[in-house]
Design a protein around this ligand. Structure first.
Ligand code: PRT
Ligand code: MG
Length: 249
């Protein structure tokens, strides 16, 4: 008897009746024809506006003054979502956004897997550097085989850099204000982004090593690129042309 009921309860996925009773599948992909663009507010948003404008896309609200996280554009079927810079790849990878713009630092640190990265947009440019307190003899300490304590938001990038140099390190993971760490004895050095150098100078720090150049990339969900090719490809093409023009001038 029990076996009979078990048989009844067993789901037969091939049964023509299965479709009548199954729960609707959860859609992570934006399967309608609305295009969702993931951006972080601040420098990436600001520097993306001219590229969007070149593609005829205008964001109708300012993320600095609006509390909305979904911003309308001048196209009914296009919207911008505002997320943390380090969360942009996640939204795009899962298809909650069709494309987005993320710093190379974020992409290296989180691994850019599963994303199509067609373009270096050459915006939000900066350098990943090692910095220490002024007067700290970094060359001596890092070549003497001692262990360095490195404070950073980028543990993977830092680990890879020092492994290549053969320098032993301990990582202290921080989420911001890395510049403070050497000043109060939390670390010997930091691995962080530098653009004008103003923050380092203001805190009596100096850059001692250049790890890599950073700029922001266009990242596209691979399935969206296929399903919404007619909408997305022209935008990629306009971005590519605009970036080329901007960097010629
Ligand atoms: O700020 P939040 O914690 O929300 O996130 P986030 O810092 O990841 O975002 P955001 O908007 O500050 O940065 C987004 C992206 O901009 C980064 O992922 C980088 O690719 C790029 N970018 C370009 C920078 C900088 N320049 C930059 N200077 N990101 C951060 N900085 C910081 C740096 O960490 C340091 O604290 O600015 C300070 C140094 O600037 P200077 O000009 O004083 O040298
Ligand atoms: Mg920041």
């Amino acid at each position: 008897m029990g076996v009979f009921f078990l048989f009844l309860l067993k789901i037969d996925y091939n049964s023509p009746f299965y479709g009548l009773f199954r729960q609707p599948e959860r859609l992570t992909m934006n399967e309608n024809n609305t295009l969702t663009i993931a951006l972080s507010k601040g420098r990436i948003f600001d520097e993306t506006l001219p590229l969007l404008a070149a593609a005829g896309i205008e964001v109708l609200e300012n993320p600095e003054t609006s509390r909305k996280l979904i911003l309308p554009t001048n196209h009914d079927n296009m919207r911008v979502i505002i997320v943390r810079a380090s969360d942009v790849p996640t939204y795009v990878r899962y298809g909650a956004a069709d494309f987005g713009i993320a710093g190379k630092d974020v992409l290296i640190e989180s691994g850019g897997g599963g994303l199509y990265q067609p373009l270096d947009l050459k915006i939000a440019q900066c350098k990943m550097m090692v910095a220490v307190k002024q007067g700290f003899d970094y060359q001596k300490v890092s070549s003497a085989g001692s262990r360095l304590r490195i404070a950073t938001k980028y543990p993977n990038i830092a680990r890879e850099h020092f492994a290549q140099k053969g320098v032993h390190i301990d990582i202290i993971k921080l989420y911001g204000s890395m510049e403070l760490a050497p000043l109060v004895g939390l670390s010997d050095a930091i691995v962080d982004l530098v653009s004008t150098g103003g923050t380092l100078r203001a805190n009596n720090l100096e850059a001692v090593e250049h790890i890599c150049d950073i700029s922001s990339r266009l990242i596209v969900n691979k399935a969206a690129l296929k399903l919404k090719h007619a909408q997305i490809q022209p935008i990629i093409d306009v971005f590519a042309k605009t970036v080329a023009q901007q960097n010629q001038a």
